[in-house]
Design a protein around this ligand. Structure first.
Ligand code: LLP
Length: 421
């Protein structure tokens, strides 16, 4: 399902012309397709059947309207901060369906998550386990725990987003995790209900997922044999999407393989937790921008647009490819190879090089597949207010985050500073 399509010579998201949104809301602006988000979620939920829970990775896109869309469909959530937890609650999500990942949980974050009775803490170090035990003890509670194990598999993805290798900061080596679980009696306020792993993001091959499970599931069997009540395995997120010519497996094949590994290891009853981020939201989001200037030098044509790397940093940070398309259907009009760039004072502020486009100053264009790690990673660099966000639902659209104002840029600042004593 593709919510972006040309009709009457211009680009629509679902049944709304992007030009209408630009006129009403201005640019740059993120546009999300609600029905595509729902369809993406349903594909995971259907493939999983009753065998587990889809915990949307909030970091990919934490807009309240997106979280509410998934919450209404019964989703769980994977969070990495107290901020994400409060967003889930504000959006009407159920904290009892929340798993809490991340290597640096503060005491205050753990206290709050414990008070909300979240589903599971994905613990990443022995020191975090000690901290959780102490806090749960003081609160008179029993905290549900998975250890995040590091299966040491090569996810074959960009080094910045590979997380399952020995040299990464994430997780606990398998043998060390086994020893910690073996010491469960030392942690009277913890319940060891699961085992967790996450090996990286934008994986386009099923093999590393299977390799990871084949390393993790023998541990689950061993723990059960020791009498630990392991109910679930959390395989993290990481399923890739097609940005250009990648051929990622479909959701059904991905989930099917996970289930198949469980059965092969004699663990058919084990509940499967998934933490997809990108695969749920990337393709449903578009960054809509306007061409400010066209400029040609001896060697290049530049299209300078009103969105910058502060709005969408993936191309600059990872050299990521995202397709760029004019809102006006080019038809057979002559094209030029443009470097599509932003206004930020950095040479890395490039959305794409040598893109074949038909453009005039003032035209609208979109950077596609921007729903994941787009707005969520945006900043105010160069004192640029963050963009508006719009949710399209069929023929209607709503602003789900207003554009920041110039005064928002210095909120909390003052010329003289506040008294600190
Ligand atoms: N679970 C954990 C523990 C994670 O660390 C992540 C992503 C996910 C789930 C979701 O992974 P996904 O399904 O989205 O691949 N900013 C980068 C991606 C960073 C991913 C970080 N962790 C990008 O724009 O490509």
């Amino acid at each position: 399902m593709d919510a972006l399509n040309y009709r009457h010579g211009e680009l629509f998201v679902e049944d709304v012309a992007l030009a209408r949104i630009a006129e009403a809301v201005g640019t740059p602006c993120y546009v999300y397709a609600k029905n595509q988000l729902s369809a993406a979620y349903r594909a995971f939920a259907t493939a999983l059947g009753g065998h587990g829970l889809v915990c949307y990775a909030v970091k990919a896109n934490s807009n309240l309207a997106i979280l509410a869309t998934f919450a209404a469909l019964g989703a769980g959530f994977d969070i990495v901060s107290a901020g994400e937890l409060e967003r889930v609650i504000a959006a009407g999500g159920d904290p009892r369906r929340v798993v809490f990942s991340g290597v640096g949980k503060t005491a205050a974050e753990i206290e709050r998550a414990l008070a909300c009775d979240i589903k599971c803490f994905n613990v990443e170090s022995p020191a975090e386990l000690e901290r959780l035990e102490a806090i749960a003890g003081r609160a008179g509670k029993s905290a549900p725990v998975s250890l995040r194990v590091n299966p040491d598999v090569d996810a074959g993805t960009h080094p910045y987003i590979a997380t399952g290798l020995k040299e990464n900061k994430f997780g606990i080596p398998l043998n060390e995790a086994a020893a910690l679980y073996g010491d469960a009696a030392r942690y009277p306020h913890l319940r060891f209900v699961g085992v967790d792993c996450h090996i990286g993001s934008q994986l386009t091959d099923l093999r590393p997922f299977a390799d990871a499970l084949d390393r993790v599931l023998p541990l689950v069997r061993q723990l059960r044999a020791q009498g630990l009540p392991v109910e679930h395995v959390d395989v993290g997120g990481g399923l890739g999407i097609r940005y250009r010519d990648e051929r990622p497996p479909g959701v059904a094949a991905y989930v099917g393989q996970m289930r198949e590994r469980l059965v092969a290891h004699g663990l058919a009853d084990l509940s499967l937790l998934l933490e997809p981020g990108r695969a749920l939201v990337a393709a449903a989001g578009t960054l809509l921008a306007r061409v400010e200037y066209l400029k040609s030098t001896d060697t290049r044509h530049f299209a300078i647009i009103d969105a910058g790397m502060n709005d969408l940093i993936r191309p600059a940070l990872y050299g990521a490819f995202q397709a760029i398309q004019a809102v006006r259907d080019p038809g057979d009009a002559p094209t030029l190879d443009y470097d599509v760039v932003g206004p930020v004072c950095e040479s890395a502020d490039v959305f794409g090089r040598g893109r074949r486009l038909h453009l005039a100053p003032g035209d609208l264009l979109v950077v596609r597949d921007a729903g994941a790690y787009g707005f969520a990673m945006s900043s105010q660099y160069n004192s640029r207010p963050r963009a508006a966000e719009v949710l399209v639902d069929g023929a209607r659209f709503r602003v789900v985050r207003t554009r920041e104002t110039l005064a928002d840029l210095w909120r909390g600042e003052s010329v003289s500073g506040a008294e600190t004593g």
